[in-house]
Design a protein around this ligand. Structure first.
Ligand code: NAD
Length: 258
């Protein structure tokens, strides 16, 4: 097994020579901004709920106010945070690699706020609410949160059919958005390097992206604070922001402040 420093030296070479790079991110990238991952204990208000049990269509049918309240809490949390070094380093990589495609499982907008363009969101977005009945998009206003935020909060109603508005995220048991899924897997197939950052790799089909890229000939590097099981490629163990800055500096001599 490689030491972290041997893995780093190999990663620098791969990155420097990459012409079609895919970066695949998960909740670990936003953890350094203060947004809990799914595996973190939820804080305060929500400590007694299992997020996986709130992220389903049946949970919304059973208790729409509870589920809407949870997503409003997450939307507020995201609005109060800022992109971190990892988001900024990924945005900076766009200027160094001939082609970079960013695919995220995150439902926040921190990649966009860090300056990344054309982010492929495989699991939807907290901002893209729509009607649960007829799917008509429902515009959510930023800075429009009740204060204090209650545990339960009634979802708004659709202007067309009066159905309940649901969060614009992909829940467990739902299909991923077709176009995004196709674009992500095509990019992985065409890539020569896939960098997987801050994901536990357990939520399918997204989690198959690194292996799919590897089967089509790409090199795969994982960055994770934990020694996660990686069927393809190798791992740089540690915080996303720190490794990405080191990679940017060593591969491209990037010196501007991130
Ligand atoms: P996950 O919680 O399953 O895994 C997060 C991974 O990141 C873990 O393996 C952890 O060890 C690693 N990690 C934590 N901090 C890190 C850091 N500083 N640097 C590097 N790695 C770090 O999340 P997931 O793999 O993204 O998948 C679960 C689902 O959770 C996704 O579908 C996503 O939609 C959803 N989710 C999204 C957000 C968000 O949008 N910010 C937050 C929570 C959950």
């Amino acid at each position: 097994m490689k030491t972290n420093e041997e893995a780093f030296a190999e990663a620098v070479e791969l990155l420097r020579n990459a012409s079609r790079l895919v970066i695949f991110t998960g909740a670990g990238v936003s953890a350094e901004s203060g947004i809990p991952t799914f595996r973190d204990k939820q804080t305060g208000l929500w400590a007694k709920f299992d997020p996986a049990e709130l992220a389903t269509a049946s949970a919304f049918r059973k208790d729409p106010d509870l589920v809407w309240g949870w997503y409003e809490w997450r939307r507020l949390l995201v609005a109060q945070t800022k992109p971190n070094t990892a988001h900024r380093a990924i945005a900076a990589l766009e200027r160094h690699v001939p082609e970079l495609i960013l695919v995220t499982q995150n439902v926040d907008d921190l990649h966009e706020r860090a300056g990344s363009s054309d982010v492929i969101h495989l699991h939807g977005s907290l901002q893209a609410a729509r009607c649960f009945a007829c799917s008509r998009p429902y515009p959510l206003r930023s800075n429009d949160y009740p204060d204090p935020l209650p545990l339960r909060s009634q979802p708004p109603r659709c202007a067309r059919c009066n159905g309940r508005v649901r969060p614009g995220v992909v829940w467990f048991g739902e299909a991923l958005p077709e176009q995004e899924l196709r674009k992500a897997f095509q990019a992985a197939k065409d890539s020569d390097l896939l960098l997987s950052v801050g994901t536990s790799g357990v939520v399918y089909p997204a989690a198959d992206l690194p292996n799919f890229a590897s089967r089509h000939g790409a090199n795969v590097i994982h960055i994770n604070t934990e020694p996660v099981d990686v069927p393809a490629g190798f791992i740089l163990q540690g915080r996303a922001g720190e490794w990405l800055v080191r990679l940017l500096t060593a591969a491209f001599g990037h010196t501007s402040q991130l």
